[in-house]
Design a protein around this ligand. Sequence first.
Ligand code: AMP
Length: 364
Amino acid sequence: MTEPGSFGALGPGARVGVVGAGQLGRMLALAGARLGLHSVVFANSPDEPAIEVCGAHVIGDYADEAALARFADQVDVVTYEFENIPAGAAEFLAARLPVRPGPQVLAITQDRLREKNFIAGLGLDVAPYVAVEDPGALARAVGQIGRPSILKTRRFGYDGKGQVLIREGGDLASAFRSLGGQSAILEGFVQFKAEISVVAARGLNGEFVAYDVCQNVHEHHILATTSVPADIAPSLARRAQEMARTIAEALDYVGVIAVEMFLVETAGGNTLLVNEVAPRVHNSGHWTLDGAATSQFEQHLRAICGFPLGSARRLGRVEMRNLIGDDILRWREILAEPDACLHLYGKAESRSGRKMGHVTRFLP
Ligand code: AMP
């Protein structure tokens, strides 16, 4: 349902297509139902978590144009819960209907080198980095950046996958081979004081709303906890939110965006380095389901449908903890805690490193 004169804004009853059907797609669909939106997910297999909470779904490979066309026919707007959808699939869909955030955002955020160049080009700080195309280039890059440093594939990395630490004395040729010989970047190892993220939304009309800054702890490269508000000075928190706004505006972004940053202590004070931009709802924003006036999932849908954005007001001091692998076995204990808010993703099988759910707790 599109209202006349609404410049691309939709209304309740609109059909939202979500590419990807994991837990993020599931939580988007649940939030959509509350707003009277109909969600259709594009899934790679029939047992993905979002399918059971959506009215309709299409199963296919991202390269399957017939499946993508069936999906496009059933929806009014497309978004994604997964940024590594092939550029060809995003362009195929964008030729047929609005894709928000747009394919220009994917082109940048799918490629660590383009992303770093883009962010540095905005005058924002990032860790030192050099492009690495072959083992010879890696040796030169290590000469420039030093050790320890981290070699990261340009594409398809997440949760520490596609990364290898270059230590003192480590063999460079085998490090390059361990990433499959793909194009990569070498990044200086950052001795950070804290990891933070800004989860924010930009509307179709350019309106920008940021949640309070999140402080994140990773274990084995996977997010373990997010605490909000971050334990940082208010001026630094405002700076982090402004950095996210600069990035969102430069990308002409529509939807929820997450910007991950390192807080580094230097002789001149505290500095924020941008690590990564996630063009989607983000794990460090899950606390907003219970801890903010508008959840990041509802906020994303409001943005991509052209609705007014909601308030990002925080409802208390909160901690979100991911339930990874066998952590899910504690579900009964967590349910028995009076102030714990449990979210389970409906995944049949628990595997090591697999995100099975999360719990949000209000702190005193
Ligand atoms: P990424 O996939 O780039 O978000 O990296 C996952 C996690 O690895 C980050 O959240 C950090 O904990 C760690 N990490 C990534 N890059 C660096 C770096 N340059 N220096 C130190 N730690 C890093």
